[in-house]
Design a protein. Structure first.
Length: 234
């Protein structure tokens, strides 16, 4: 069983400049995800797909193999799926690894633990799924949307709120871990296939980085949860 991790990390972020290699708790942001994948017993090899030389250098320094992403797959409108599809082709052709399972990890979601990756892979295989997403309970979230100039409740009836504990359990996709078979990507052009599984994570692991303020929050949790000492090999 050949399971590889693929971490997309393109340059030119529009919000926080050089976001993927911005210092977070003493390491470039990307390094946290690389080290978590390397510390996972489920992952055979870790790959970073990027169009940026500085990102490629950091990826290599922290133990990942680098796949150079073509310019046409690195623009604002390019999808993660297209980058991962290209990476999978390169991995099988140039690294001679016949991929059975792809673990797609987002560098901007660094609050996962290696054991989260292992448990998610185990669940994916046990349930015979085409895809797996990581999720977080959203029982306390009451969502509204502005539609045609009017505010409408999304996941509850505002006229009959009831007790929170009586509502059906709902989850949000937290973006930390995606697992799928290569053929799912090929057939559907998407990370999600027909049979879906979900791995539940804690709410604090849902935070991701897009702004400087979120970096402060991420660093707080890295230190509070002792992630660097307990869950990463460096």
């Amino acid at each position: 069983m050949h399971t590889v991790a693929v971490i997309p990390a393109r340059g030119g972020s529009k919000g926080l400049k050089n976001k993927n290699i911005y210092p977070v708790a003493g390491k470039p942001l990307l390094a946290w995800t690389i080290l978590q994948a390397l510390a996972s017993s489920s992952i055979e090899r870790v790959f970073v797909t990027t169009d940026d030389q500085a990102i490629a250098k950091v990826a290599s320094e922290y133990g990942a193999d680098v796949i150079v992403r073509p310019t046409e797959l690195a623009g604002d409108k390019a999808t993660s799926e297209s980058a991962i599809q290209h990476a999978a082709e390169v991995i099988e052709r140039d690294f001679h690894i016949p991929i059975d399972v792809i673990v797609f990890l987002q560098a901007t979601s660094p609050l996962r633990k290696p054991k989260d990756i292992d448990r998610a892979v185990e669940l994916f295989l046990h349930e015979g799924a085409d895809s797996l997403i990581s999720v977080t309970k959203a029982d306390d979230l009451t969502l509204w949307e502005l539609k045609d100039g009017e505010w409408k409740s999304v996941n509850f009836d505002y006229r009959n709120r009831g007790m929170r504990q009586d509502r059906p359990t709902q989850f949000i996709e937290n973006g930390s871990i995606y697992i799928f078979k290569p053929e799912t990507l090929t057939v559907f052009g998407n990370r999600i296939g027909e049979k879906l599984s979900a791995y539940e994570m804690e709410f604090w692991q849902t935070w991701e980085i897009d702004t400087l303020e979120e970096i402060d929050l991420i660093e707080y949790y890295i230190n509070k949860k002792n992630l660097a000492a307990q869950d990463v090999n460096q």
